[in-house]
Design a protein around this ligand. Structure first.
Ligand code: GDP
Ligand code: PGA
Ligand code: MN
Length: 622
């Protein structure tokens, strides 16, 4: 009998773990259709067990895709093909029937608020990529939950992938395995299909044993069909589809339909010396300090910070009017360079075991290494760079890729919040926006109202980082730190945020803006950052409880003289740190207005238009 008829399913793939019978009918149909299309040799239904995980890690080690870090416990290093090192925004699209459902139609040129692809173009692109794309490989079936299993705020997805690296990473980043299928039953789930796009036998040899297909990379979202389809990249947000693709792009669209918010925000709990606790959510663009703030070791005596999440928040007002937030993730995918015992001791403790590192450097005794790790090297120890070459500081290139990452279980964080998996979420009392602004933007200011705060989010700008493919350090508009992650038209997103103020009984959080990255004339940071950021959190905490003074400025409220605790900090140029220059803000307000009018155009809500005019007015009277 021909192999494709053996199981009566019209395909010949052999199930090597689990059984198709054990899958809910809806999942089974998704798997079978995808198998017919992608034609893998094998199917592996992930149970999420430790045994399965170890088997996959050993297999990848055998294939030379990862290596074990001898100095640490169950820690692994993957070095990618140098063409596959970051999210690719230029190849990330949202497919809707109408362009305007994805992006506002700009006055001129292309939208900078996301990329739309027509259904016809997507069909063509899909057919040019997926048929036979998993030949010779195993298709892994990953059932995963974003959010604690069983929380009313959680959502389920199933990712099909031909990358075992994705499986072991998804096991860290999400709740994954058999229990998810049981919770799903015949319910709804987001269909995620991922292929590295390198069927066997290979047409070209792999670089670093890292399969990928940069020429054909495409990351597509079909919100109407609840589908995410990703091809060609094995790294980060391109391939761990629960993260930016599901928990931000897909979820923001679901949130708009269902009346909640899916945001690029860390969540932290902060307790003052009196034992009072508040939760904050903070949105900074990729590689602008979320993980560090979320896990911070406060320098202020008596204060405690606890981490709920470092990247994404799903938030919904409850019956009592509290804005409840969950972290949909189960791990941290954090920037490695700059992480040290001094800057982020809690991250250093978290990553000592069960962690997958990607594109960091390795020491000759099997430890990790990167720029800013701040660890002296023992005599005789050599370094191998992320390019898998012997490296010395004289090489003039970094030893770790600037977007190299650790992928590590959240439960290992020594300051994980006791409520981090609470099904009802934690109550958010403050929302913080921020970015990398070398000039002009003060350390902290507070918005005068919810509407003003939404405008502050819309007006966010930040220096480009290595988290995506942008070159150089240009200042980019990055509203709500969501520019690469909006799942629908940003104008409608703004209207959705503004509408929160109309919810009966909603206790609207106070909104702040911070900038840890202002520089002096010699290019040095004016603010020490990291644990010292607790001083800014203290002021915000006390603003919320009505115990800290503020001074009105044209851009918002800043700490009044003496309200920001600077005790023990040494020499800080607070004058410069808080300086608000008329010249700078005239240009800033003008740029923001132009950007919003050009880019959001007909979809710009009147409330936001009013705020930009009011800002210009206040600045002109300085
Ligand atoms: P995320 O991608 O938003 O989570 O950002 P991370 O917290 O991983 O930080 C990205 C980079 O910014 C790392 O190299 C950090 O060391 C650096 N960083 C984070 N917080 C601060 C800060 O307060 N001050 C300064 N100067 N750098 C920071
Ligand atoms: P982060 O996330 O830099 O916001 O932590 C990863 C990414 O941008 O892909
Ligand atoms: Mn991060």
């Amino acid at each position: 009998m021909p192999p494709q008829l053996q199981n009566g399913l019209n395909f010949s793939a052999k199930v090597i773990q689990g059984t198709l019978d054990s899958l809910p009918q809806v999942v089974r149909a998704f798997v079978e259709n995808s198998v017919r299309l992608c034609q893998p040799d094998h199917i592996h239904i992930c149970d999420g067990s430790e045994g399965e995980n170890q088997q996959l890690l050993d297999q990848m080690e055998g294939e030379g895709m990862i290596r074990k870090l001898r100095k640490l416990s169950n820690c692994w290093l993957a070095l990618t093909d140098p063409r596959d090192v970051a999210r690719i925004e230029s190849k990330t699209v949202i497919v809707t029937q109408e362009q305007r459902d994805t992006v506002p139609v700009p006055k001129t040129g292309l939208s900078q608020l996301g990329r739309w692809m027509s259904e016809e173009d997507f069909e063509k692109a899909f057919k040019a990529r997926f048929p036979g794309c998993m030949k010779g490989r195993t298709m892994y079936v990953i059932p995963f939950s974003m959010g604690p299993l069983g929380s009313p705020l959680s959502k389920i997805g199933v990712e099909l992938t031909d990358s075992p690296y994705v499986v072991t990473s998804m096991r860290i980043m999400t709740r994954m395995g058999t229990a998810v299928l049981e919770a799903l039953g015949d319910g709804e789930f987001v269909k995620c299909l991922h292929s590295v796009g390198c069927p066997l036998p290979l047409k070209k040899p792999l670089v670093n044993n890292w399969p990928c297909n940069p020429e054909l990379t495409l990351i597509a979202h079909l919100p109407d069909r609840r589908e995410i389809i990703s091809f060609g990249s094995g790294y980060g947000g391109n391939s761990l589809l629960g993260k930016k693709c599901f928990a931000l792009r897909m979820a923001s669209r679901l949130a708009k339909e269902e009346g909640w918010l899916a945001e690029h925000m860390l969540i932290l709990g902060i307790t003052n010396p009196k034992g009072q606790k508040k939760y904050f959510a903070a949105a900074f663009p990729s590689a602008c300090g979320k993980t560090n703030l979320a896990m911070m070791n406060p320098s202020l005596p008596g204060w405690k910070i606890e981490c709920v999440g470092d990247d994404i928040a799903w938030m919904k007002f409850d019956q009592q009017g509290n804005l409840r937030a969950i972290n949909p993730e189960n791990g941290f995918f954090g920037v490695a360079p700059g992480t040290s015992v001094k800057t982020n001791p809690n991250a250093i403790k978290t990553i000592q075991k069960n962690t997958i590192f990607t594109n960091v450097a390795e020491t000759s005794d099997g430890d990790i290494y990167w720029e800013g790790i701040d660890q002296p090297l023992a005599p005789g120890i050599k370094i191998t760079s992320w390019k898998n070459k012997e490296w010395t500081p004289q090489d003039g290139e970094p030893c770790a890729h600037p977007n190299s990452r650790f992928c590590t279980p959240a439960s290992q964080c020594p300051i994980i919040d006791p409520a981090w998996e609470s099904p009802e979420g934690v109550p958010i009392e403050g929302i913080i926006f921020g970015g990398r602004r070398p000039a002009g933007v003060p350390l902290v200011y507070e918005a005068a109202s919810w509407q003003h705060g939404v405008f502050v989010g819309a007006a966010m700008r930040s220096e480009a980082t290595a988290a995506a493919e942008h070159q150089g350090k240009v200042i980019m508009h990055d509203p709500f730190a969501m520019r690469p992650f909006f799942g629908y038209n940003f104008g409608r997103y703004l209207a959705h945020w503004l509408s929160m103020a109309q919810r009966p009984g909603a206790k609207l959080p106070k909104i702040f803006h911070v900038n840890w990255f202002r520089k002096d004339k010699d290019g040095r940071f004016l603010w020490p950052g990291f644990g010292e950021n607790s001083r800014v959190l203290e002021w915000m905490f006390n603003r919320i409880s009505g115990e800290a003074g503020a001074k009105i400025t044209p851009i918002g409220l800043i700490p009044e003289e003496g309200a920001l605790n600077l005790t023990g900090l040494g020499d800080i140029d607070t004058e410069e740190l808080f300086h608000i220059s008329k010249e700078f803000w005239e240009k800033e307000a003008e740029d923001i207005q132009q950007y919003l009018e050009e880019q959001v155009n007909a979809d710009l809500p009147a409330g936001i238009e009013r705020e930009v005019l009011a800002l210009k007015q206040r600045v002109s009277q300085m």
